[in-house]
Design a protein around this ligand. Structure first.
Ligand code: GMT
Length: 376
């Protein structure tokens, strides 16, 4: 197949899944054209059958805001015409699905199919804003196919946007072959030279991620057992978090690594991953940690319980319950037999339920189903 994939290029879960999907499909021989305003970070090296197209945004004194959505639509039209694309797969509703819809209308009567994958905040946060709600509902209804990354997000989409059409759940996935190496003690020494437990968190440091709770959980753990905290990512909350770390006298035990392209090598030296977010439609970073054999402690929200099994691969508590999260962290890190059991269970769950080898074929089958729609 010839497929156009539209996504964000930044360090967010939707861009990661779109990029990993592109890599997986290209490896199977499909021709993939990835469209974004910059090269997605996971696609910066060469991959056979993947072609990157950056959308350039015009500046003109009249434009207070650059009309990216329109330029993206134009780029999609050009690519469909030049490369005979059969499908446009938009990751994230705003503005990608809206631009894909516009491209489809411009290309009519040509029968280009458009698929929208909803990732989370396009439904639970941004899409709920009055200024976007009607557009998001419209593109969901007008797409030839719609997928979501969890059962939670399916229910939420139907409820919030009063959707009657079919919405398919295709879970997020990881390439489990990348976790084969297991934890690397030599790397762990870098953060924990005296054998301390290593707790990790990775996100874009937005309010919704509650990174302050990560630090509070760690402060409790640190009082009870020797431990270090490694924070990966960057974002608006970072100055406040750095200040909190100083106020709690934890500067010697907390490392800020900034945004990184590949997280698995670091996850392999973690003992616990913390994700106490306000909301997560799925929690891709938690899955990436589980693939590396790292149990997860986080909030019992959104799609998190579909990924993390409470009491087996980690622990989930109500948002803000940092006391319970810390207590479970301490008891797990203090019991090496139990910790190893959780490590193993996390790895197995990632491999058995969220394996790229199983999930990418589900997208392929969905594409074929949509392409054959209306054909007898
Ligand atoms: O929440 C983020 O930091 C980024 C956002 C995105 O669109 O990239 O993440 C959403 O999509 C991810 C991939 O499907 C999910 O794993 C995240 O749970 C989801 N974020 C939220 O629902 C808050």
């Amino acid at each position: 197949m010839k497929i156009g994939i539209v996504c964000y290029p930044t360090h967010g879960g939707s861009g990661v899944i779109a990029s990993e999907l592109a890599i997986g499909l290209a490896a199977k021989g499909h021709e993939i054209h990835v469209v974004s305003y910059a090269t997605p970070f996971r696609l910066r090296s060469f991959h056979k059958n993947i072609f990157i197209h950056e959308v350039e945004v015009a500046s003109y004194p009249l434009f207070k805001y650059p009309p990216y959505a329109l330029e993206l639509a134009t780029k999609l039209v050009e690519l469909v015409e030049e490369y005979q694309l059969e499908i446009i797969h938009a990751h994230y509703a705003i503005p990608h699905a809206a631009s894909a819809y516009l491209a489809k209308q411009i290309l009519a009567p040509r029968q280009i199919k458009m698929i929208t994958t909803l990732h989370g905040t396009d439904i639970t946060l941004v899409g709920l804003e009055q200024s976007f709600h009607k557009v998001v509902k419209f593109v969901i209804e007008q797409s030839d196919g719609v997928t979501v990354v969890s059962e939670f997000l399916r229910r939420q989409t139907i409820e919030e946007f009063d959707i009657q059409r079919e919405i398919r759940v295709i879970y997020n996935f990881v390439d489990t072959t990348r976790a084969n190496l297991g934890p690397t003690p030599s790397q762990k020494d870098t953060f924990a030279p005296n054998g301390e437990s290593v707790l990790m968190h990775a996100s874009n440091f937005r309010e919704l991620k509650r990174v302050g709770d990560v630090v509070q959980i760690f402060a409790h753990v640190h009082e009870r057992i020797p431990a270090k905290l490694v924070l990966i990512g960057e974002g608006p909350d970072q100055p406040h978090i750095q200040q909190l770390v100083k106020e709690l006298n934890l500067s010697d035990s907390v490392v800020f690594l900034g945004a990184l392209d590949q997280v698995e090598p670091l996850f392999r030296c973690a003992d616990l991953f913390l994700l106490p977010s306000e909301q997560e439609s799925f929690g891709l970073s938690a899955l990436e940690a589980m693939m590396c054999g790292v149990p997860v402690i986080g909030s019992d929200v959104g799609g998190m319980p579909e990924v993390i099994t409470h009491g087996e691969t980690g622990y989930l508590y109500p948002v803000g319950d940092t006391q319970s999260m810390a207590q479970s962290a301490v008891s797990l890190l203090s019991n090496s037999v139990e910790h190893e059991r959780f490590r193993q269970a996390a790895r197995v769950r990632a491999q058995e339920h969220f394996n790229a080898d199983d999930l990418i074929p589900q997208y392929e089958a969905f594409y074929l189903e949509i392409l054959n729609q209306g054909k007898s």
